[in-house]
Write a protein that binds this ligand. Structure first.
Ligand code: 5GP
Ligand code: MG
Ligand code: MG
Length: 180
């Protein structure tokens, strides 16, 4: 892996596919253990989490369901601060053990706004499985039960995460190279 240009920005390698997979397998093992016999419902938040959700779900060996919603709050490399529900939830979560699957928690605003809507429907339990967390950027703390990596407050790309629509197909995670 070497420096990568996407549109006007340069990115440098940050997490390899092997490092990502190691954490995904660890999280899946914990979920397999914690949810045995509970038939959890995974709710993956599109677009960014599609690759994480796919790899995580393939490593779930207990009975489980998955569905998808689409929330959006980003434009370019900065949060717009507005959370839009582009595709809503079509599954009844009442009395279900729900696991939200999200690519990254940055400010925390997306989940902070969305979680109360889910709690309102009275799931049996509600936990988060998040691949990346930027603790220094988080202004709305959310309880991260299953977390892959804590990372610095720098924009990242790849493994489902985009810069202006591009880079989601990259199997590794790259970090924005500042001051070039
Ligand atoms: P938050 O609401 O926590 O500020 O951010 C939520 C969403 O913004 C994430 O689900 C993700 O889609 C997007 N996001 C936050 N940080 C990054 C980043 O470093 N890179 C990319 N590509 N998207 C990000
Ligand atoms: Mg996301
Ligand atoms: Mg995005």
């Amino acid at each position: 892996m070497s420096v990568l240009q996407v549109k006007d920005k340069l990115f440098e390698p940050y997490l390899t596919a092997e490092e990502i997979n190691g954490q995904v397998q660890r999280l899946a093992a914990e979920i397999n253990r914690d949810y045995e016999g509970k038939k959890p419902l995974f709710i993956a938040i599109l677009n960014g989490s599609f690759m994480f959700a796919s790899d995580l779900f393939k490593a779930i060996h207990i009975d489980a369901e998955i569905c998808f919603i689409k929330l959006a709050s980003y434009k370019g490399t900065k949060s717009t601060g507005q959370v839009i529900t582009a595709i809503g939830l079509d599954t009844d979560i009442h009395d279900r053990h729900v696991i939200i699957v999200e690519d990254i928690v940055d400010t925390g605003k997306t989940l902070h706004e969305f979680l109360p809507q889910l709690h309102h429907q009275q799931p049996a339990s509600l936990e988060l499985a998040v691949l990346l967390h930027k603790p220094d950027a988080t202004r709305f703390p959310v309880p991260l039960k299953y977390l892959g990596f804590s990372i610095p407050d720098k924009f990242v790309l790849g493994y489902g995460l985009d810069y202006d629509g591009l880079g989601r197909n990259i199997p590794e995670i790259y970090q924005l190279k500042e001051n070039h």
